[in-house]
Write a protein that binds this ligand. Sequence first.
Ligand code: GLA
Length: 391
Amino acid sequence: MNMETKTNDMEMKTRIQEKFQTLFGSEGEIFASAGRINLIGEHTDYNGGYVFPGAIDCGIMAAIKVNGTAKVKAYSLDYDEYVEFGLEEEDVPQQPWARYIFGVCRETIKRGGKVAGFDTVFAGDVPLGAGLSSSAALESTFAYALNYIFSNGIDMFDLAKIGQATEHNYCGVKCGIMDQFASIFGRKGSLIRLNCKTLEYKYFPFDPKGYKLVLVDSCVKHELASSAYNKRRASCENAAAAIRKNHPEVEFLSDAKRVWLDEVRAEIPEEDFLRAEYVIGEVQRVLDVCDALERGDYETVGEMMYQTHFGLSRLYEVSCEELDFLNKLARKMDVTGSRVMGGGFGGCTINLVKDELYDAFIAAAKTQFEEKFGHAPKIYDVVISDGARRL
Ligand code: GLA
């Protein structure tokens, strides 16, 4: 990814091993995992709907080695912090980054996996707070590595669920499965459509000739994003519960027909109705985008992205002034598709841009955004890459 923050993998590996040598007097085995993008299908995962993500070529890399003690000794190169913790429930560390590693250990143990003390040094190049799932990259790196090192034989989906449960139980975010799924299952050059209810998935080679996928990072991160996220989820569950009274087959909101939602409009808060209206539309848009991709019809893909942005901004209310501005600018410049990506409340827009428009769009986004908001956005060209792996 021609990312402004992207570091060279070899260089990162060397820095990690050097630090590992200094701290622990040997070398560790190296594991890595990736951040993710999502072409379409936002806030559908915890509603049992479809998502369409892919792993990207920036992520987390870690050196790991069993240390023969009952403690994890962990060093974060990026935070320049060292933390030690035990593996019992009461040993939970305070540092947020260490909680992710601790959570992965605990969730592995809860699933019957073995985890003993280990040394680790890790670093990453996923921009933080940009909606590219740096936390899923961290969880997936350790979930994958522990499974390998301790020969636990946990299957890939359960590795993704270990990361998701870490968010739920140790970090306070009731997220869906998309980020960890993409970060574990990611494959170079392909997006993956996942049905979050049945967990069926399909790889779609993605190489839109004549177009580029580019992220424009507003560099805005809203506080309380995780409590607002959990609130959105609660609204969806509330709407689904109301619909279920009339239609017992509705397990998740994604099972509901639009007319079934209309039937309960008077019974639920208007806010919950609007959230649900967005989700039901979005589930269908993922399928429409997949069909359009198979036809090579990028104009339709792009139009769906704009519809998603409208829904995320007006119905789901997870956009913000800066992201709406970038979306409007994209529309004005005839960019094929553009929308806020990920959980929202800041972060990036994802844009499908014709090659010949790329330079002009990036230049306009930089200058006009800076004029209005006083700081320049960051630009990341998307390269779809492999997910969790041993190097
Ligand atoms: C965050 C969550 C995901 C998903 C997206 C929105 O990234 O971690 O599970 O819900 O938001 O699509």
